[in-house]
Design a binder for this molecule. Structure first.
Ligand code: 1PR
Length: 545
């Protein structure tokens, strides 16, 4: 088997990259010391999280001279995400930390006055009609980053670089860049489905470096779709052990996952790994697993979920999120295990993001009780610091609380079009923990603003009243939270048909929408929803397998 060398220096989900490389028929050899770099023919530098953290790690382990030497020797080099950023002179993220300086440009933060940051989701790598590592104008690629290299047409090209761009709001940034033996992508090719595997293959086989910068055939160049970030559609699998002891995908109505009949069995809608693969092949932009009874189990005994991730990441090349039980805990033998340790186990097993529910509410309560001060000790802060903001999702499980008038509560209120049982015209959304079993005196605005301050990168916004009802998303809740935070929001709960997805994208500014029951019960496929949205003129990504 041909070999590629991967530099193992940084936290994050490298498993998916290894899986992608192995799927393409290559073997991964690890580089564990600077001396190993000289043995590499083809070298890949992956990276997630913080620019400064990555560069400092590389520098302290004395990797930087070895990487430079590899590049200068003309050997194939590929940088991914922060691995691309490392090639630049530096980044606004950590102004004191220098980059490798191979590309004479500097990274800046996205303007967040008019859009969510981080930039998370599927966007173009538009080569401007040029040949570049099998990047195609009609494909979309998965990005997740807050800092970007601004693109100024012609500048880098004049120095021999071929550049592919993405557009986010009014900003155009470098999505991929190549010259000679160097290829680097800001997007994650290992998470970009078939399109991503294609570009990794072009690097591995060496075909990508040939014809670099030549004109694409006109029929290919003109096959492009509109630039920009697509609407993200996420398939969610609630997973738990049923009464027979099998790990199953289940689905509740307002969080009650048991059948309505006398025996009250846990609803069994299928096997997690198989269903995740089915949704990936139908075009899901991401797959989320929620381990919904984790609050009862010891997470470390919860090895089946780790195996689910390992198996899923062998065949599913889009981002995987895992939620449930991410909190400091004590193992059965009395050993203390931090939320960060648990997250690390999940990342090593193939997760790209972890989702925190109950623990986030408790941390937010403490944040307010301490006068909005942070001490770096919450699970969100620790995981965000180690793996980057983009790796931390906070899952919110709110319930509507109706009130008769605006000043009836201290909480952030919505004037609702759907009055309460006594005709109440207002409501607020109370956060819950333990899968909705316990309601706390905290509203969704308080919670989401607190976790944003702690370093969460995204909000998964469920709604217990809407869950499993097939009656559409709670638009009032979603817009209230969107107005409260800058980080992306995933709308969840209530989707029953493709029109509900159109509605949430048209009537709110949500960044993504999630469906569960309608897909599990086979009422609609992910592809049908995407075809519908595309027909309505929304920008979406189709599975290009
Ligand atoms: O508190 O950090 O251990 O995390 C537990 C996680 O499990 C949380 O993310 C919480 O939302 C989730 N959870 C707990 N109990 C349930 C339950 O259903 N009994 N499921 C549960 C949450 C909601 C969505 C669902 C959407 C869409 N599930 O994920 O998929 O509502 O459904 P629909 O499209 O069919 O309407 P912690």
């Amino acid at each position: 088997m041909p070999t590629v060398h991967l530099l193992d220096y940084v936290a994050g989900n490298i498993r998916s990259l290894v899986n992608a490389i192995e799927k393409l028929g290559y073997e991964v050899d690890w580089i564990r010391s600077p001396e190993d770099v000289s043995k590499a023919e083809k070298l890949i530098l992956p990276g997630v999280g913080h620019f400064g953290h990555c560069m400092t790690q590389l520098s302290q382990a004395n990797y930087l001279p070895a990487i430079k030497k590899h590049i200068e020797a003309g050997k194939p080099f590929m940088g991914i995400c922060v691995g691309l950023q490392a090639l630049f002179q530096g980044s606004e993220e950590d102004p004191e930390v220098p980059g490798l300086g191979v590309i004479p440009s500097y990274l800046t933060h996205f303007d967040e006055s008019d859009k969510s940051v981080p930039h998370i989701g599927w966007n173009n790598a538009n080569t401007g009609g040029k040949v570049m590592y099998d990047l195609r104008p009609d494909s979309k690629y998965y990005y997740v980053h807050s800092y970007k290299s601004p693109y100024s047409k012609g500048t880098l090209e004049a120095q021999g670089w071929t550049v592919a761009t993405g557009t986010y709001g009014t900003e155009t940034f470098i999505g991929a860049i190549a010259k000679g033996n160097i290829y680097a992508t800001q997007f994650h090719p290992e998470k970009s489905g078939v399109a991503g595997l294609r570009t990794i293959k072009a690097f591995l086989t060496g075909s990508g470096a040939q014809n670099l910068g030549a004109d694409l055939p006109s029929d290919v160049a003109s096959a492009g779709q509109k630039d920009g970030l697509t609407r993200r559609l996420i398939a969610c699998l609630d997973v738990r052990t049923n009464d027979q002891g099998d790990l199953v995908v289940t689905k509740g109505d307002q969080y009650d996952v048991r059948e309505k009949g006398a025996d009250r069995n846990v609803r069994n809608l299928g096997k997690p790994v198989e269903m995740a693969k089915k949704y990936y092949e139908s075009g899901a932009d991401e797959v989320t697993f929620l381990n919904i009874t984790s609050f009862r189990d010891c997470p470390l005994a919860d090895l089946p979920m780790l195996e689910v991730l390992r198996q899923t990441s062998l065949t599913v090349f889009v981002p995987l999120t895992i939620g449930g039980g991410i909190r400091d805990t004590v193992d059965t033998d009395g050993t203390k295990v931090s939320a960060l340790d648990i997250a690390t186990m999940y990342f090593k097993s193939g997760a790209d993001k972890v989702s925190i529910g109950s623990d986030a509410v408790l941390a937010a309560e403490e944040y307010y009780s301490l006068g909005k001060k942070l001490f770096g000790n919450t699970a969100i802060e620790q995981i965000s610091r180690a793996y980057g903001r983009q790796a931390v999702v906070v899952s919110v499980d709110p319930k509507r609380v109706y009130v008769p008038k605006l000043d009836a509560t201290r909480h952030a209120i919505v004037e609702t079009k759907f009055p309460g049982p006594k005709g109440e015209a207002f409501c607020w959304y109370a956060c819950t923990i333990k899968g909705g079993r316990e309601t706390r005196d905290m509203d969704v605005v308080e919670l989401t603003q607190a976790v944003e301050a702690m370093g969460a990168g995204e909000i998964l916004l469920n709604c217990i009243d809407k869950d499993g009802t097939n009656s559409g998303f709670d638009l009032e809740l979603i817009q209230q939270v969107k107005n409260a935070v800058k980080i992306p929001v995933i709308a969840s709960s209530g989707a029953g048909n493709p029109g509900h997805f159109e509605e949430v994208f048209e009537k709110t500014t949500t960044d993504a929408a999630l469906g569960a029951g309608m897909f599990h019960r086979g009422e609609y496929t992910v592809k049908q929803v995407k075809d519908f949205l595309q027909d309505k003129g929304l920008l979406i990504r189709q599975f290009d397998g």
